[in-house]
Ligand binder design. Structure first.
Ligand code: NAP
Length: 510
């Protein structure tokens, strides 16, 4: 890894504290930071180097997956940290920053390789990029990279506008758009599982697969993000970015020698093959919902419009389910069902691949109890892959029962790297495989834009659902139209606990 100066905008913020410092610390412990590594934290708060380091140490104690109790190790880690007061709108502050970075590079004898990490609100992305360029921070002899958080635009025109502005200061290969779902260990295994295993590769087509279900359920409501969320909804917050990325990763067919360029090319092809929906026809394949009062994890909760900070007549979506079709030779005729929402029965992100049932001769009787074969990817908070097969039920003559084979792709590791560790490590190495390329972002917004328009113009109903359920009944009906159902939606009494101790529906061993 090349010597790097990590320039962190938003160093005093929540994301830095909860995710970025713990990720950097764990990379440090694993020996995965560059030998010569320097971090400059930025914010308006009048912190000193010492108070900055004390805050970083505090965040490690609170949020690191590994306990940060070795004082000597922690000290060596934070020694690389400096703080600089900077107001994003003040040009002179960038000159001060440039001088500090040059001093650090000189002291360390390091080339000017600079990674600018924007952990700030999206309204600041463009002014920061422009100021990096104007100040000369980005024009040194080394490399420069821009790591940028979501959201990337709030619709197709605003995303295009932002991209145009950023591209004045950074080339596409210098921009690393974070979608933290792409950093999750199981998501990173999705493409390679199929790529490295001819058995799975052979099955990964419409010949054997009946449908694919992608679910990202949350139990939380809007929390303290009410004002923000009420203008965003599930469609922008989760669907356009994380869930379409999961769809691309599930549908991808990778060649053996796949480079980051090939992965991006293949993902783009999938997005291009997605059958577009017209604004007037959104209702045929998209369900939107909003939660009403109900019970989540045994506790009564209020409905969305009674949440503090939400307008009583808000028509915002807190749930979305959709059927998407990929018009290519691999996936023609295989519906991809996607759903996500807040205040649902369980917290889980999961992909279920349902295989076709064998075609039976008219004379054959159906096997009682036989269920379709499934391949289940548990992405979070539990992680794992399970294959569901049928076996003869020895206790009930002539009947079948499902059995489950757990595939341990994470090598028995319990304490796996967090998404942010994987992503920051890749950005430091300049590997953009698991970042969202502009083509994907633009095509995602392009697919979603008719939905945004239909929602805005109230062309489709806003269905209500009880908090603690699996969303509106219409979401079940969407699959029932095609003869399918969502897998693993179980009643509260059938739930088990996930690894965070919360109720969890899926239990392969039941
Ligand atoms: P936050 O807690 O509100 O922090 C915002 C940061 O921006 C603070 O460090 C603040 O520093 C800095 N800032 C604001 N105005 C500034 C200005 N004019 N000049 C210089 N610095 C300024 O926000 P956050 O939760 O960390 O989120 C940061 C970004 O990550 C957002 O784009 C968010 O959408 C995205 N994100 C966050 C999460 C999460 O879990 N928090 C998850 C995914 C994505 P001072 O107050 O010291 O100026």
């Amino acid at each position: 890894m090349e010597p790097t100066t990590f320039v962190l905008f938003g160093a005093t913020g929540d994301l830095a504290k909860r995710k970025i410092y713990p990720a950097l610390y764990n990379l440090f412990v694993d020996g995965k930071l560059p030998q010569s590594f320097s971090l400059v934290g930025l914010g308006r708060r009048e912190w000193t180097d010492e108070s900055f380091r004390a805050n970083v140490e505090q965040s490690l104690r609170q949020f690191s997956r590994r306990e940060a109790n070795d004082a000597e190790l922690v000290k060596r880690f934070v020694d690389a940290f400096r703080y600089c007061v900077l107001d994003i709108g003040r040009k002179e502050d960038y000159q001060k920053l440039l001088r500090l970075i040059e001093q650090r590079e000189e002291a360390l004898g390091a080339p000017p390789n600079r990674m600018f990490y924007l952990s700030v609100g999206p309204e600041f992305f463009e002014p920061i990029a422009a100021n990096i360029q104007d100040s000369g921070l980005g024009s040194a002899q080394g490399w420069k990279r821009l790591v940028i958080e979501k959201p990337f635009g709030h619709d197709l025109p605003s995303a295009r506008d932002l991209n145009l502005k950023l591209s004045k200061a950074f080339d596409e290969q210098e921009i690393f758009r974070i979608d933290h779902y792409l950093g999750k260990p199981m998501v990173q295994k999705l493409g390679s599982l199929q790529q490295a295993n001819p058995v799975i590769q052979a099955l990964w087509t419409n010949r054997y697969i009946a449908n694919v279900q992608i679910t990202a359920n949350e139990t939380v409501g809007v929390e303290e993000r009410a004002g923000y969320y009420d203008h965003i909804g599930a469609v922008r917050d989760m669907f356009q970015n994380h869930l379409l990325q999961l769809l691309m990763m599930a549908a991808i067919h990778l060649p053996h020698d796949s480079t980051s360029e090939k992965v991006r090319f293949k993902k783009k092809k999938i997005m291009e093959a997605l059958e577009p929906v017209q604004k007037q026809e959104v209702g045929a394949s998209v369900i939107r919902g909003q939660y009403e009062a109900g019970t989540v994890q045994g506790k009564p909760v209020v409905g969305y419009t009674s949440e503090p900070g939400i307008a009583p007549d808000s028509m915002n979506d807190t749930f979305i389910a959709a059927r998407l079709l990929i018009e290519d030779s691999y996936w023609r005729g295989v519906p991809f069902y996607i759903r996500t929402g807040k205040r649902l029965a369980e917290k889980s992100t999961r992909i279920v691949v349902e295989f076709k049932e064998p075609i039976k001769a008219a004379s054959e009787t159906s096997e009682e109890g036989a269920t379709p074969n499934l391949l289940i990817f548990e992405i979070g908070p539990n992680e794992g892959i399970t294959l569901q097969l049928n076996t003869k039920d020895l206790e009930h003559e002539g009947e079948f029962k499902p059995v489950h084979i757990d595939i341990d792709l994470l090598g028995g590791q319990d304490n796996v790297p967090e998404a942010y560790e994987n992503l920051i490590f890749d950005a430091l190495r300049g590997d953009s495989t698991f970042f969202a390329h502009w083509d994907e972002v633009e095509l995602s917004w392009q697919w979603v834009q008719p939905l945004l328009d239909a929602f805005e113009e109230n062309l489709i109903p806003l269905h209500s659902y009880a908090a603690g359920s699996y969303g509106p009944a219409e979401s079940d009906a969407l699959l029932a139209q095609d003869g399918y159902h969502w897998w693993f939606d179980v009643k509260p009494e059938q739930q088990i606990q996930n690894r965070e101790g919360e109720p969890y529906a899926y239990n392969a061993n039941h």
